[in-house]
Design a protein around this ligand. Structure first.
Ligand code: HEC
Length: 107
């Protein structure tokens, strides 16, 4: 289970840094999920998930409080993804993806 502790360490490290403006981070996070996640998940404000079991990202807050998205994201990536290839992200990438996910929640 080395992958789990690695992701935990990356998330912990990500709190220590903040680079770029908010809009740069959102654009970067959006580009990352379009590249890595959109073949299964709906990643925008209105697109449907291509994979029948993958939740649209804008609905994640229905299952998790937005504050818990970061944790849900890490756990979802490592435990909830039978069909998903391993995705290795840098702390900055994780930070940007989470900022983007938080920005598209419907509620
Ligand atoms: C090959 C298909 C596939 C790809 C690519 C994929 N996912 Fe998923 N994802 C799924 C499926 C299927 C589920 C539902 C799994 C379940 O409910 O057990 C899911 C669930 C999730 C969840 C919710 C987990 C939970 O516990 O409810 C999150 C968050 C998530 N994915 C994030 C991502 C992110 C971020 C990416 C891109 C880095 C990504 N996924 C790429 C298929 C994929």
């Amino acid at each position: 289970m080395a992958a789990i502790s690695t992701v935990g360490a990356l998330l912990a490290a990500s709190h220590a840094q903040a680079a770029g403006s908010d809009s740069e981070r959102l654009a970067h996070g959006k580009a990352l999920v379009e590249l890595n996640c959109s073949r299964c998940h709906g990643v925008g404000e209105s697109d449907e998930s291509a994979h029948p079991e993958a939740p649209e990202f804008r609905t994640l807050a229905e299952r998790y409080p937005v504050d818990a998205l970061e944790e849900a994201f890490a756990e979802g990536i490592v435990t909830g993804h039978p069909d998903m290839p391993e995705f290795e992200a840098t702390p900055q990438q994780i930070e940007d993806i989470i900022a983007y996910l938080a920005s598209i929640q419907r509620n």
